[in-house]
Design a protein around this ligand. Structure first.
Ligand code: PSU
Ligand code: MN
Length: 306
């Protein structure tokens, strides 16, 4: 067994909860540092932790601070991630660099899964995952989130993937990698701001208990890797599909013209979509993430009972 304590700080509350088999839900920090503006992100970070606690689970926000892997952040650390001055975006390939060089970075879905598994946490709530980018068959821009779902034992609750991605190819990739894609009470794979993407899920797991049973069956059989749970944004916060498609086409064109590439594409798109929608997309983003936190907390609770 590797001695991870030389790299990682887990808060006493989270360490005790994991050891006692209590429900814990991991949260990412890229959504804070590179996905939402300050100070809305700080209010969001505090509220999402409260929501998880209100449902009987313990939140574990992940980050890398001065080279230390963190499971659970103090208020001051949360503020630092939200103000995001000099905070890097850390995916799997970046992790050894920020650790060895004692840098500070926000964790993507991929890295949050890695830290969660290191800490013994198997349920994670996010907003949207990364995936195969449009034109990805030429650029090979495929998020490391998909590889991580293939290998790391964490159930990821998301509101689907944004239409900035090629959702069809993203789902094909997940199928190849053996990742179950479940809908929580839906047959449709959601498209983040919208409840439907035009693509289906593998299975409609109707309740958090059903999701927990499927995850347990997978891991008890020794089938390593994650599960992806698509949880559609609540109807009252959903955005119009055609209007969002137009916004995304425009922002993709802007990104292309500005020559934005690689890891900067997703943050660029997120910031410009907020501008183009006059802040409406931010409200939807916040609400869908809260909704995912509720589902993840319920799944984590059910998993501890099985
Ligand atoms: N999609 C969103 N919001 C986000 C992200 C993706 O709707 O905040 C973030 C997540 O942290 C995700 C990362 O893991 O972007 C993917 O980045 P990339 O495509 O560079 O792998
Ligand atoms: Mn990429």
């Amino acid at each position: 067994m590797k001695d991870l304590s030389q790299f990682m700080d887990i808060t006493p509350e989270i360490k005790e909860a994991v050891a006692a088999g209590k429900p814990v839900v991991a949260l990412e920090s890229t959504i804070l540092s590179h996905g939402m503006p300050y100070p809305e992100n700080l209010g969001f970070a505090e509220e999402i932790e409260k929501i998880i606690r209100s449902l009987g689970a313990i939140p574990a926000t992940m980050a890398v601070i001065d080279g230390r892997l963190k499971a659970g952040l103090t208020r001051a650390e949360l503020e630092r991630m939200c103000e995001a001055k000099g905070v890097l975006k850390v995916s799997r390939r970046d992790l050894p660099i920020v650790v060895a060089e004692k840098l500070t970075g926000a964790t993507t879905v991929a890295t949050t899964m890695i830290l969660a598994e290191m800490a013994g946490i198997h349920v994670f709530a996010t907003g949207g995952i990364g995936g195969v980018h449009r034109d990805g068959e030429n650029t090979m821009d495929i998020s490391a989130d998909l590889q991580e779902l293939a290998h790391t034992n964490v159930a990821v609750v998301c509101a689907g993937a944004k239409m900035i991605l090629d959702i069809g190819r993203t789902l094909e990739y997940l199928e190849t990698m053996g990742v179950p894609v479940l809908g929580l009470g839906t047959e449709d794979f959601p498209a983040f701001y919208c409840r439907k993407s035009g693509f289906g899920v593998d299975y409609n797991a109707r309740t958090p208990l059903e999701v927990a049973k499927i995850a347990k069956a997978k891991w008890d059989m020794g089938l390593n890797g994650g599960l992806l749970i698509g949880n559609p944004v609540p109807e009252e916060y959903a955005m119009d599909f055609d209007a969002m498609t137009a916004v995304i086409e425009k922002v993709l064109k802007d990104a292309n013209e500005a020559g934005v590439k690689g890891k900067n594409i997703t943050p660029f798109m997120l910031a410009h979509i907020v501008e183009e929608t006059g802040g409406d997309s931010l409200k939807t983003n916040i609400q869908l993430a809260f909704n995912n936190a509720r589902a993840a907390a319920q799944i984590a609770v059910e998993l501890t009972r099985l």
